[in-house]
Design a protein around this ligand. Structure first.
Ligand code: GUN
Length: 284
């Protein structure tokens, strides 16, 4: 059996087209969704990421502002900028790119963002909203995984989902989103005994560890759906995920590739969240 490939680029393209259409409709009512992105310092990967976010906004017709600051920006100055953006009616979403320089308390900065503008979904109010099933913003990477799962047409209700990884940004919110979709959820992590015993039970596996070959073919039930959140390099320096793709695809029913799976979805869900933030303002 060879798995069907879940094409993240295609799902992202479709969603971005829908975002562009809804953005145009909102502009017709005099509201342009606006995203502010704050980058502090010179981290090369962060520069690439924020560039992609701003470009994606432009392509979908959203307004975006990139604010760049030197690495010696004080915490107080950053908090003052966030507060000004909280008050700015042209800005519906605020994203402070992480990591921040060591002298800035990232948690304090994230908590200073208005929950109504927390399009990253990192604020404790957003995490609480996800936990209680109340309106809020879902963090972009796990939300993108949900969209990829939905693109297969498989109903998650009653399915056994195993999430490997318990990070605040991916593993934990992923488990809560799958629970919201009525899956039976197991979270595995570095202290889990016999990971394979768990994954072999799974109808859906999400690998979000950050270590290649975490999930191998002998660990997968035939026909399972495999979502690979990992972004690693192999010995040849080529991008790879947490899943042994070449072998797992011979067992799984559906699988995301790396690159071209989860990656394109993170920025896409940021656009979706920013648009929804603006739509909520428009709805009053
Ligand atoms: N750094 C790496 N990924 C992300 C992200 O999704 N949001 C923010 N704010 N920082 C990041």
């Amino acid at each position: 059996m060879t798995a069907q490939i879940i094409d993240g680029n295609a799902v992202a393209k479709q969603l971005r087209t829908e975002v562009a259409q809804r953005t145009a409709a909102l502009k017709g009512k005099g509201i342009t969704p606006g995203l502010a992105v704050i980058l502090v310092g010179e981290d090369p990967a962060s520069k690439v990421y924020v560039g992609k976010k701003v470009q994606a906004c432009e392509e979908a017709g959203l307004h975006s502002v990139l604010e760049r600051y030197d690495a010696d920006l004080t915490e107080a100055a950053l908090l003052a900028r966030v507060e000004a953006l909280n008050q700015d009616p042209s800005i519906h979403g605020i994203l402070v790119q992480l990591p921040l320089p060591a002298h800035i308390d990232a948690h304090k900065v994230i908590e200073s963002i208005s929950p109504a503008k927390d399009v990253d979904g990192f604020h404790v109010a957003s995490a609480g909203a996800l936990m209680t099933g109340t309106p809020g913003f879902w963090s972009c990477t796990p939300y993108g995984c949900i969209k990829l799962l939905e693109s297969t047409g498989i109903d998650l209700r009653g399915k056994h989902a195993v999430v490997i990884g318990r990070s605040n940004n991916v593993g934990k919110p992923m488990a809560l989103m799958l629970l919201q979709k009525n899956a039976t959820v197991t979270i595995c992590h570095s202290a889990t005994k016999d990971l394979k015993a768990h994954t072999l039970q799974a109808d859906v596996i999400v690998a979000a560890v950050g270590r290649r070959d975490t999930l191998t073919a002998d660990m997968v039930k035939p026909g399972a759906v495999v979502i690979d959140v990992g972004m690693n390099r192999n010995d040849q320096g080529k991008l790879c995920g947490d899943v042994d793709f070449a072998n797992v695809k011979e067992v799984a029913g559906w699988i995301t590739p790396v690159p071209g799976g989860v990656g394109p979805m993170t920025v896409t869900m940021l656009l979706v969240n920013t648009l929804e933030a603006a739509e909520r303002v428009a709805a009053g």
